[in-house]
Ligand binder design. Structure first.
Ligand code: AP5
Ligand code: MG
Length: 217
């Protein structure tokens, strides 16, 4: 079972590339951001707290994230592999992941760093919208990524929505948190990390990722 980490600033294309990787390699996509947003949707006491905190752009407590992650991993025991999108987010989470994998005799196989500058990332955030039903991601400011019909998903015809944390102010905090808490993981994984220039278009980025991951089985 392969374990692949996508390490990147907000809007660098973690979700977009995870989907392409999972379609090609039949891996399971683990996005801690998505797991947290599912909790928010349930409107539990925890979900309400998470909503407020995520809207500020700050990180959620490690213990909450780890519990959601463990539940997801337990539910996907026979997977060919996992793509970790947005996890780990700090050194503590990286150490906890190492421990969890060691317990089951697994290791991290690849760490792919999608590098993107602040301005390009901010512009991608402003136009992003996602499907309320299937999660497909679009961008109204990028011609190739616009939905065919405004506000409607091409794939399943459901409505599109904008994330609550996709505004310039929260984005600034998200990027600062990334620089302070997550970027040091490049050093943590220095022996295996591979950098991909995420300013390139989606297909070019995916080609580079495929050259790192090799032929699918
Ligand atoms: P999370 O959901 O992980 O958000 P993020 O890291 O800010 O990243 P995004 O989802 O915004 O961007 P992405 O890299 O997936 O880009 P996408 O493919 O959508 O986390 C949200 C919050 O949850 C955090 O702030 C924190 O509060 C909490 N959280 C999550 N994980 C946590 C953890 N482990 N610990 C603690 N807290 C945690 O692409 C963006 C846009 O660009 C799209 O419109 C897309 O169409 C477009 N695009 C993508 N690639 C390209 C390309 N190559 N060229 C042109 N456009 C492109
Ligand atoms: Mg994402």
């Amino acid at each position: 079972m392969k374990n692949i980490i996508l390490l990147a600033p907000p809007a660098a294309g973690k979700g977009t590339q995870s989907k392409l990787i999972c379609d090609t390699y039949k891996f399971i996509h683990i996005s801690t951001g998505d797991l947290l947003r599912e909790e928010v949707k349930k409107e539990t006491t925890l979900g309400i707290d998470l909503k407020d905190k995520m809207e500020t752009g700050k990180l959620i407590e490690d213990s909450i994230v780890i519990e959601l992650l463990k539940n997801k991993l337990d539910a996907c025991k026979n997977a060919e592999g996992f793509i970790y999108d947005g996890f780990p987010r700090n050194i503590k989470q990286a150490e906890l992941l190492d421990e969890m994998l060691k317990e089951s005799d697994y290791k991290i196989d690849e760490v792919i760093y999608l590098n993107l500058d602040y301005e390009t990332a901010k512009n991608r955030i402003v136009g992003r919208c996602s499907c309320t039903n299937c999660g497909e991601v679009y961008n109204t400011l990028i011609e190739a990524q616009k939905p065919k019909k405004e506000g409607i998903c091409d794939k399943c015809n459901s409505n599109l929505y904008k994330r609550n944390d996709d505004n310039e102010e929260t984005f600034k905090t998200r990027f600062e948190v990334y620089e302070k808490e997550t970027k040091p993981l490049i050093k943590y994984y220095e022996n295996i990390v591979k950098e991909v220039d995420s300013t390139k278009d989606t297909n070019e980025v995916f080609e580079e990722i495929k050259s790192i991951l090799g032929e699918p089985k």
